[in-house]
Every structure is written in C-alpha cells, then in structure tokens.
Design a protein. Structure first.
Length: 132
C-alpha cells in the first residue's frame, strides 16, 4: 500500500509541476509582447485560465473525496480547453504565432488528454463501473 501511495504522490507531484510550469510559461510568453488595450483582456484571460489549470491541479491532488476530486478535475479539463481556445484566438488575430506557441500548445493538449482520462476513470468509479 505504501509503494502504491508513493507512486501516486510522485504522479501528483509531476502533474503539479507540469501545470505550474505551463502557467508560468504562458505568462512569460507575454512579458516581451506589446499589448494594446484592445487585446489586454484576452491576454489576461489566457493567463487566468492557464494559472487556473495549475491551481486546480493542486486542489485535485488534495481532494478529500471522490466527488471533490471529480469536480476539481472537471474544472481542470475546462480550463485546459479554454487555454487552447485563447491560443487559437490570439494566433488568429496575429498577437501570437503558431511557431512561438507550438510547444506550449502541445503541453496543454497533453495535459488535457491526461485530465480527460482521469475525469472519465473517476466518473466510472463514482458510478460503480470501476472498483478500487
């Protein structure tokens, strides 16, 4: 049981670190950009939702029940998806380029897949389809 929890703790720490790094990298992406008043709210929004991924990942890893775990995981999935939207939007309006965001967009996509899988497994567990 201890080794199982230790593996879980390592996985949780990895997710916390990956999501925090992603949020910091999103923030850094805009530090050297000239942001005009028209695009400021969009930039603030991508910074908010990417940092929400990191903050809610911490909450997921500290959940006190399956229901809380599932609820926070749903938020992480939504915020990852919103981060993807803002990347697409900011590329289309020309504030960002496809090339300068490629690594970050790939990381957000990977995180979205991970948390979507976690969400599905927890939903199945809550609904009694998986026993453990």
């Amino acid at each position: 049981m201890y080794m199982e929890n230790q593996g879980k703790d390592n996985f949780n720490e990895l997710l916390r670190e990956r999501t925090l790094t992603m949020a910091v990298d999103v923030h850094k992406l805009f530090q050297s950009k000239k942001i005009v008043i028209l695009t400021r709210p969009m930039v603030q929004q991508i910074i908010r939702c990417s940092s929400s991924v990191a903050a809610n990942t911490r909450a997921v890893t500290r959940a006190r029940s399956n229901a809380e775990f599932y609820s926070k995981t749903c938020i992480v999935v939504e915020e990852c998806d919103e981060t993807q939207f803002w990347f697409d939007y900011l590329i289309r309006i020309g504030l960002l380029t496809f090339e300068e965001t490629e690594n970050l967009r790939n990381e957000v996509e990977q995180l979205l897949k991970i948390f979507t899988s976690i969400k599905k497994k927890m939903k199945d567990r809550i609904n009694g389809k998986i026993v453990k």
